[in-house]
Design a protein around this ligand. Structure first.
Ligand SMILES: [Zn+2]
Length: 463
């Protein structure tokens, strides 16, 4: 007798927002979770991390992780804590980076809870971390590496394959061959001309594409970043100020270090200006780069050399010593959206001095301190206190790790064998809708904006 199989898509994060990526492909053989990220940004979103999951982790059979950013991997410890027993498939660099990122995430949460308790500014008594270092250690044994360009059978009718997506080292799009159809989850899509990473790749054929749209309504600045960055640095040095670069520890920090290395080499900025990387995680992530030369476009020896001119600070205690140094300097510290981490210590000292520059080089989600600064706020709240904004807030956009609208369209256009049905995720409402219309007008493809929790029937197959 003929049987009908229904294949559903359901998103429990990164649906009409850019964080908390969690997409479930529900098939008769397997329930597969693609990414398991933390919500970040506005409070109502962050609070979702504390609620019990909207799906049953114990009912998931397999998980695939596209890349190591916290908004894609940061909920994994809670997935395991809430009953997930299966493997978590990812590329080799993603495995190394995710281990670093999750350990750091737990540490920051433990430290924040501790600080809130010590200083008594938490509304919750006592303040607790979302998850602990121990929760992370229990999650790591579930990690399993999959090579790219190899098809992996997950069950009788389902297999998967990774395609490098640029974005950050190890980041992949994933194709699921499912009951005869090709379903592609883009993950985060990188740039076609990046400093360190190759252009994104994907299979030639897809029936369904679930795609990110972070910059679906924007084009990146095409002014050469080197010149712009040199100008900002030189101007700040002239005023005897410091340049603070909040950056993602993975990806952005390494991009910026590479550019600073080039600027010093070509004498566009003084070679004597000290550069500090105050993020043990960024330092560890930088080391990972050197383990995987096949994932980056610059030679391994250049990679080593570019870090030689950077002072890496591992120890939290030394942050105050760096701040106390009078001479002008360039500091890279995480987190990139200023939601936490050591960058806040620098902000507390540098934000109220007009000689300094806070240089924002990455996407700043709604509700983050980074977005607040870009919106021209006159003060910023950190650890329960307000700090006046006197420093120059400057944005350089060209270094984004995300494809812009034109690159997203190019990526989609490269599905040449058939016309896929498109489902848009990982974007704020305006970006999603602008991109949906653009896809229709330019490529004549139907695109659907995925809503949180909405169960979408992709197709039915008979056997
Ligand atoms: Zn990402």
């Amino acid at each position: 007798m003929e049987q009908t199989h229904n294949i559903y898509l359901q998103s429990f994060g990164a649906a009409e927002t850019v964080t908390g990526s969690k997409h479930i492909l529900d098939t008769p053989e397997l329930k597969i979770l693609i990414d398991c990220g933390l919500f970040q940004g506005i409070k109502s979103l962050r609070e979702k991390n504390w609620e019990s999951p909207e799906f049953d982790p114990a009912a998931i059979d397999a998980m695939i992780l596209t890349h190591a950013h916290l908004d894609h991997c940061g909920y994994i410890p809670l997935l395991i804590k809430n009953g997930y027993k299966g493997q978590i498939f990812m590329s080799a660099p993603t495995k190394e980076l995710t281990e670093i990122i999750l350990r750091d995430s737990a540490k920051i949460q433990e430290e924040d809870a501790q600080r809130a308790n010590d200083m008594g500014y938490s509304k919750h008594a006592p303040a607790k971390p979302l998850y602990t270092t121990q929760d992370v250690e229990l999650a790591l044994p579930h990690f399993s590496v999959l090579e790219t360009a190899v098809t992996h059978q997950l069950s009788r009718n389902i297999s998967c394959e990774f395609y490098p997506a640029g974005h950050i080292p190890g980041a992949c799009s994933v194709q699921l061959l499912c009951y005869g159809k090709s379903i592609v989850f883009s993950g985060d899509i990188g740039r076609y001309h990046s400093e360190l990473l190759p252009a994104p790749k994907h299979p030639a054929a897809a029936d369904y594409v679930i795609m990110e749209s972070t910059y679906g309504d924007r084009l990146h600045d095409t002014t050469p970043i080197d010149d712009e960055l040199a100008a900002v640095i030189n101007e700040t040095l002239y005023h005897k100020g410091n340049v603070l670069l909040p950056c993602f520890a993975v990806g952005r920090a390494q991009d910026v270090i590479h550019i600073l290395y080039q600027l010093k080499k070509h004498k566009q900025i003084p070679s004597s200006v000290p550069v500090f990387l105050d993020s043990p995680m960024a330092a560890a992530a930088s080391k990972v780069l050197t383990h995987y030369p096949e994932w980056i476009t610059i030679p391994a020896k250049d990679c080593l050399q570019m870090f030689s001119g950077v002072t890496i600070n591992q120890d939290h205690q030394n942050t105050q010593k760096i701040i106390a140094q009078k001479e002008s300097k360039i500091i890279l510290a995480a987190s990139g959206m200023m939601t936490g981490g050591r960058v806040l210590e620098y902000l507390k000292h540098y934000l109220s001095d007009s000689r300094n520059t806070i240089l924002i080089m990455g996407f700043q989600a709604e509700g983050t301190r980074g977005r607040t600064l870009l919106n021209g706020a006159h003060e910023l709240k950190m650890h329960g206190r307000y700090f006046p904004v006197k420093a120059r807030i400057k944005e350089i956009g060209g270094l984004s790790a995300h494809a812009d609208q034109a690159e997203l369209l190019q990526w989609l256009k490269e599905f040449t064998i058939n016309k896929p049905k498109v489902f848009l995720v990982h974007g704020e409402p305006c970006a999603l809708d602008t991109f949906r219309v653009k896809i229709k007008d330019e490529l004549n493809l139907q695109a659907t904006i995925v809503k949180q929790g909405q169960r979408i029937l992709l197709f039915s197959s008979s056997s």
